[in-house]
Design a binder for this molecule. Sequence first.
Ligand code: ATP
Length: 238
Amino acid sequence: MMALLEVEDLRVAYGKIEAVKGISFRVEAGEVVTLIGTNGAGKTTTLRTLSGLLKPVTGKITFDGQVLNGVGAHKIVAMGLAHSPEGRRIFPRLSIEENLQLGAFLRRDGDAITKDIQRAYELFPILGERRKQAAGTLSGGEQQMLAMGRALMSQPKLLMLDEPSMGLSPIMMQKIMTTIRELKAQGTTILLVEQNASAALSLADHGHVMEIGKISLSGTGQELLHDESVRKAYLGED
Ligand code: ATP
């Protein structure tokens, strides 16, 4: 059986700088898979390539049975692959509700869109309370919630989250991690990039450690969480 997402020997370069040096991994439907690793390891580059924003040098990406190489970014969203990017990238002058509506820009099913906006408000009640407010007035954590809510508005088969806990207080981070668990329980498949390795591994089915463009270690979330080299390098233990 083919996995929902299959990445084979992916290489991505910025000019002469090779940021991703031949990585392979898969994401099965219903799973949470995490990519962890230090700054500059190539995690964001990997997600941007899967989204169609960067062209790989070589490698094959298969999503839901279709080859993604050469497919444009809009088409990839329409196929069911959504990306909540690093640094959030919400539209600060638009209201929260307008930001959510933009996440559904490819859909024509107005009633279902309204239902999904309600669902985003159930997931993140603060967004509902502030629905008419300019998104730029939200706190960092709230903007992260909005970015996740907006990505969900495309009804993705696979949701890619790039460092959702970045810059958040421990309480906000817990809230985001709890929401990722809820989304998984509702059947959403998630590819999670995180600097916070311990939080990511504790909820992931599988994880991959990236180091300077390569996957250096793979395992179940629990295996990696208890791996001595991972504990030393990424969980701050000695
Ligand atoms: P971080 O957690 O810091 O975001 P990352 O694992 O996501 O790290 P990437 O952002 O994918 O890493 O970066 C991988 C490598 O590619 C780094 O060496 C980075 O400097 C380089 N890089 C990223 N974006 C560009 C760019 N637009 N032009 C040139 N080099 C880039």
